[in-house]
Write a protein that binds this ligand. Structure first.
Ligand code: SAM
Length: 458
């Protein structure tokens, strides 16, 4: 098995006496964006020295800027069913929690999607509990069709990432045929004894089946997968190293590793108390996790959700996060029920701002919020995406695409203040575009958007 517990524990023990020289050498290498070895990652994880940590943050920030520019991709989760046969100790949807379970009908999905489109969203992460009877794969597939077919004025969902339980090669093939973006699955914890403890007597309790889900996804021709760990279940150092080993396994076997890594942190949910979890990750450790992942896998997108507060989100965006959710609900039918305070949430959220507020605040801090979905629609997925990303060529399409989706948002959903902010950001960014051909194309496209055309991308 590619997650060798003894190997990881030994790496961490042998890295305990890390010196300043060790760290400096590693950081000199990290600056070149070549990634890091297991031992180097272990050494970084073991450092607690504030000067060294500051240098880690600074280099992570530089890497982030040089690869992702100032773009931040924005998305929203959509929960369609909270039926669940599992009993995950940390989750509000566990089967022992007694509440009225719900699965959205296709009409209700349409309603939710229209609300999301009205908020300006173009990218969704589809979320569901695991229940082969109440929430079978056909229901998921129909939901995907419904979402893609639901349009409101200029509103349309252009990319659906899917976060559903580990499944079979056959089912992954079906998801691929429906045109999903990334298939996302969190390992929750890579530490097998903790995994068994957290997932008692359930479908999800099979560690190996869960761990090999991306192998089956790849065999089902999904070449775009997103991993993650639920930080707070086990030692974060073990988890970060495991994420790297998992990524490497996919790279070696299928030619491409994680497209994204998510870094959810455990939050309070119904039926659990935070005191039961001895490995909670504090804010400083969380920043360190994000920065070290950024150094270790510079080209892998990093996703942060509204589980985190505004302050933390702003911090870690500097060190590495490239995608954030905005204006999220984690209840089934939550967008409609939001105002009625009726939701049963999977867990509590910390950032309650509307998407427009999130976007404004991003622009205020010098970022370009992006709803771009061009890569996968142009077939730039899997190893084709990674090759372009690593060559640096991707900048020439990502930056203009981000600016075009920002202009679309401003025209269709922004208020006056938003339009003024967007215009300012866009004109500043136009000056930074080096290639004249791209600049001209972009200026023309921005004009076309103002004249009513939509969905222009490179
Ligand atoms: N049922 C699918 C599965 O088993 O992978 C989808 C998962 S669920 C809709 C999305 C994620 O929410 C889970 O993978 C888990 O990491 C996260 N989650 C569950 N309870 C949480 C909590 N209390 N705090 C933070 N995240 C939580």
């Amino acid at each position: 098995m590619f997650i060798n517990h003894e190997y990881i524990q030994n790496l961490l023990v042998s890295a305990k006496n890390v010196t300043k020289e060790d760290i400096n050498k590693i950081l000199d290498k990290a600056e070149k964006q070549k990634g890091l070895t297991h031992r180097e990652i272990a050494l970084l994880l073991q450092t607690n020295d504030s000067d060294q940590l500051n240098r880690i943050f600074q280099i992570a920030g530089d890497i982030k800027k040089s690869i992702y520019g100032n773009r931040i991709v924005v998305f929203a989760p959509l929960y369609i069913s909270n039926y669940c046969v599992n009993n995950c100790k940390y989750c509000g949807y566990k089967r022992d929690n007694d509440f009225c379970r719900k699965k959205l009908s296709m009409e209700e999905i349409e309603e939710e999607v229209k609300i999301l489109e009205k908020l300006g969203h173009k990218r969704l992460a589809l979320e569901a509990g695991e229940d082969p009877i109440n929430c079978p794969i056909d229901y998921i597939l129909d939901s995907i069709d419904t979402i893609y077919n639901t349009k409101l004025d200029n509103g349309t969902i252009r990319r659906i990432n899917v976060n559903i339980a580990a499944t079979t090669v056959e089912n992954y093939k079906k998801l691929k045929e429906k045109g999903i973006g990334t298939y996302i699955l969190f390992q929750e914890t890579y530490h097998q004894p903790t995994y068994s403890d957290m997932h008692p007597k359930s479908l999800k309790g099979d560690y190996e089946y869960h761990l090999t889900a991306f192998d089956r996804a790849m065999k089902g021709s999904i070449d775009d997968v997103g991993g993650g760990v639920l930080f707070g279940l086990y030692d974060y150092k073990f988890e970060v190293l495991s994420l790297m080993l998992h990524n490497e396994h996919l790279e070696n076997k299928y030619g491409v590793g994680f497209h994204t890594i998510s870094v959810p942190r455990l939050k309070k949910a119904d039926g659990m108390s935070m005191e039961e979890f001895p490995y909670l990750v504090n804010d400083d450790e969380f920043k360190k996790i994000v920065a070290i992942i950024r150094l270790a896998v510079p080209f892998t997108g990093l996703i942060l959700s509204t589980r985190e507060s505004l302050e933390i989100r702003q911090e870690v965006i500097k060190y590495g996060v490239s995608q954030v959710s905005a204006g999220s609900c984690t209840g089934v039918g939550g967008y409609k029920e939001h105002d009625m305070e009726l939701e049963v949430d999977q867990f509590k959220l910390d950032d309650h701002r509307s998407p427009m507020e999130v976007l404004k605040s991003l622009m205020k801090h010098g970022y370009i919020p992006s709803y771009c979905t061009a890569c996968y629609r142009n077939g730039r997925t899997g190893d084709r995406f990674m090759k372009l990303a690593k060559s640096g060529e991707i900048q020439h399409v990502c930056q203009p695409n981000a600016m075009m989706t920002l202009m679309e948002y401003a025209l269709d959903y922004g208020d006056k203040e938003f339009m003024a902010m967007a215009n300012k950001v866009i004109s500043q960014e136009l000056n930074n575009i080096q290639r004249e051909d791209i600049k001209t194309l972009l200026v023309n496209n921005l004009e076309k958007l103002k004249n009513g055309e939509r969905d222009l991308f490179l």
